[in-house]
Write a protein that binds this ligand. Structure first.
Ligand SMILES: Nc1ncnc2c1ncn2[C@@H]1O[C@H](COP(=O)(O)OP(=O)(O)OP(=O)(O)O)[C@@H](O)[C@H]1O
Length: 647
């Protein structure tokens, strides 16, 4: 297919694009944000709320900045105070100069009197410009550090959430919104600084104004209210648009990732899935664009309304000033200063409103981020689990009459399951696809907590245990394992620190990974990805050997192996299964595999069918007695015989 064709199909939606989406019953609404309470809370934000929240937001952003880089924050604060003082000095000097120039007397005398003030004005202007440069410099230093620090807190909070959290309705949306909050944290600081800077200048302007005539100040503040209301409304519209489109934007990100990155890139090309997904991407992007444009249009109209109202109100203030002058309530010299002070104060108030509205919008996101840090959207493990630790490595892992249902699932994945694995034992879980084997293994590991019933490690249930302490006793080979773009050594030690070459090589020997070492450019220090210079990509089976090595290297009491040899060649698989008995000497091993000939190594085989245990026994027993195991086993034997290989 030519790219022009692909483009045409992608835009027209047929046959790869929209028509398929509709046929499959996929609609944009599926990615809509649905947390009504959150939308409602956002929609209720008013100018009053903004005014009340502003000081707290400024304090929060300063605290965050302070925790990240004290020197830069102190420098920024000093600059803002300096800016305010210089603005006040400049303003007083301007007022004094105008007074001096328009007073009666000899012009040379008047100029001589004004000269020192002109020097002050020049110095204040120059110094303010200098402080502006320092502020830009310090902000540039603070910004990236603050952004990275906020990102790290998000990662920590996400890792501290229940592993089942991703299944909870709204969790992923909330995570995205909170993540956005983490990313805009530096904006919060920058906007808070703008507010502070404008406040400093305003203080100078209003002080002068109040001295000149008390009525000017309240008038000025009143004049700015309509604009403030308009800006806050515009900020709210943009924030709500951000909330509403969060699910769709996440989908766009996922589509981009699948289309552009190497892992799924080959499939995308060979299956010609690109045009179909680009079509989907375009349609979804169009709906996000429409929502964002609408918000931008509404925001702009509100801005216009605010500016008009602000203009009218400003005209009223200027009219009041003229009236004060015309009626003789203010003399002409003071009037000159008042014009300048009024101009300065008006600009500052507008600056506060503008940055304040942006600050509040950013503040909503940052608030979302903070809420996520507090309890991971109600999913923090710290809130749902205990803090107990086991005095020693457990001897027995026991499942007692458990049910498990994933959030949002129509039925239980496991019902009434009881099982025990002891140290020194190999227990195999077998059953057809979707029968609940992986779910059961996650429950035994304590990754999931049962919906009812309990999982006990010796005498403590997994919900009583501190999960981080408990997982020190677990080595897990999941079905979908992780390839880290790090060195072979890091992929094996996987965060356990430097355990030394001897331990790593011993694990490589046990898994058979040692055979691939001569082919690696830098041995254990080879970077296992070709995405970066000097890296080397492994084959699927080689990666599986690395993951087995990782599990063996952990020396944990409970070893869970979910399809551990699916990608291995016959010799490598044989090597693993013959070594298993030796590994089981001081471990409890839970083995999940569809290759039934391999489960002969197990002490006990547990057969699952639609979430229930339907058979349990030794390999010899189950291959003899009629039942699910024997029928699956016979099928594999026949297939093996027909293909001339082993099952
Ligand atoms: N994260 C999840 N969210 C919701 N449902 C899930 C999730 N993981 C599994 N399930 C459901 O739970 C049931 C059991 O799945 P499980 O992965 O435990 O089966 P399995 O026996 O390991 O299957 P397989 O042999 O295909 O690996 C299935 O119906 C599946 O749809």
């Amino acid at each position: 297919m030519t790219s022009a064709n692909a483009e045409e199909q992608a835009t027209s939606g047929t046959p790869d694009g929209n028509a398929q989406d509709t046929a499959a019953g996929v609609h944009d609404e599926e990615f809509q944000y649905r947390d009504e309470s959150r939308l409602k809370a956002g929609a209720q934000m008013t100018t009053g709320t903004m005014a009340r929240r502003l000081p707290a937001l400024v304090v929060r952003s300063l605290r965050m900045a302070w925790q990240t880089d004290r020197a830069a924050t102190a420098g920024l604060l000093a600059c803002q105070v300096g800016t305010g003082v210089l603005a006040a000095l400049g303003l007083l000097a301007v007022t004094g100069t105008i007074n001096a120039l328009i007073s009666s007397g000899d012009i040379t005398e008047r100029l001589r009197e004004a000269a020192p003030r002109l020097v002050v004005i020049a110095a204040a202007t120059g110094l303010r410009a200098l402080l502006g440069i320092v502020v830009t410099w310090l902000t540039g230093r603070l910004r990236p550090v603050l952004a990275r620090a906020a990102e790290v807190t998000m990662i920590e909070a996400a890792l501290g959430a229940e592993p089942a959290a991703n299944n909870k309705p709204g969790y992923n949306d909330f995570y995205d919104i909170a993540d956005r909050g983490a990313q805009v944290t530096p904006d919060l600081v920058a906007e808070a600084q703008d507010v502070l800077a404008a406040t400093a200048t305003l203080t100078a302007g209003t002080t002068v104004l109040a001295v000149l005539h008390p009525v000017l100040l309240p008038l000025l503040l009143l004049a700015c209210l309509p604009q403030a209301a308009a800006y806050v409304r515009a900020a709210r519209v943009l924030y709500l648009a951000g909330l509403e489109t969060s699910g769709r934007r996440r989908m766009l990100f996922k589509l981009r990732w699948h289309m552009a990155y190497t892992e799924s890139g080959e499939e995308m090309r060979a299956c010609l899935a690109g045009p179909f997904l680009i079509g989907r991407y375009r349609r979804l992007a169009a709906s996000v664009n429409a929502a964002e444009r609408e918000a931008a249009d509404t925001g702009a109209w509100m801005g216009v309304a605010g500016a008009v109202a602000g203009g009218v109100a400003s005209a009223a203030v200027w009219a009041a000033l003229l009236w004060l002058l015309a009626s003789g309530r203010m003399d002409l010299a003071a009037g000159g200063g008042a014009v300048f002070a009024l101009q300065t104060a008006t600009t500052s108030v507008r600056g506060i409103i503008n940055s304040g509205a942006r600050l509040v919008r950013t503040g909503w996101y940052v608030q979302d981020w903070q809420n996520f840090l507090d309890n991971a959207h109600g999913q923090a493990m710290a809130d749902s689990r205990g803090t107990k630790t086991l005095p020693r490595a457990p001897e027995r892992f026991e499942v007692r009459d458990i049910d498990y249902r994933y959030d949002g699932a129509p039925r239980n994945s496991l019902s009434g399951v009881s099982l025990q694995v002891r140290r020194g034992e190999i227990v195999a879980l077998v059953g057809e696809n979707g029968s609940g084997k992986s779910t059961l293994s996650r429950l035994i590991c304590g990754l999931l907590l049962p919906t009812s019933g309990e999982v006990a490690w010796d005498h403590m249930t997994t919900s009583q245990l501190d999960p981080w302490e408990a997982w020190k006793h677990v080595a897990l080979i999941p079905q979908k394992y992780t390839h880290l773009p790090l060195t072979l050594r890091d992929n094996i030690t996987f965060g356990q620190g430097d355990t030394g070459d001897a331990a790593v090589l011993a694990a490589c020997k046990a898994s058979g990974a040692v055979e691939m070492l001569p082919g690696l450019r830098s041995g254990l220090d080879t970077l296992l990805t070709s995405e970066w210079f000097g890296g080397q990509q492994l084959s699927g089976g080689q990666w599986q050997r690395v993951v087995l090595t990782r599990a063996f290297h952990r020396k944990a009491t409970l070893l869970v192996m979910d399809e551990p040899t699916a990608a291995l060649d016959a010799r490598a698989e044989h090597h693993i299964f013959t070594g298993l008995r030796d590994l089981a000497k001081d471990r409890a091993i839970l083995l999940i595999t569809h290759r039934l000939a391999n489960v002969a190594v197990a002490d006990r085989i547990v057969v699952l069918d639609r979430g229930r245990i339907v058979q349990e026994g030794t390999y010899d027993q189950l291959t003899r007695e009629p039942g699910l195991f024997r029928s699956l086993w016979e099928l594999q034997q026949r297939t093996g015989d027909e293909s001339g290989g082993d099952a």
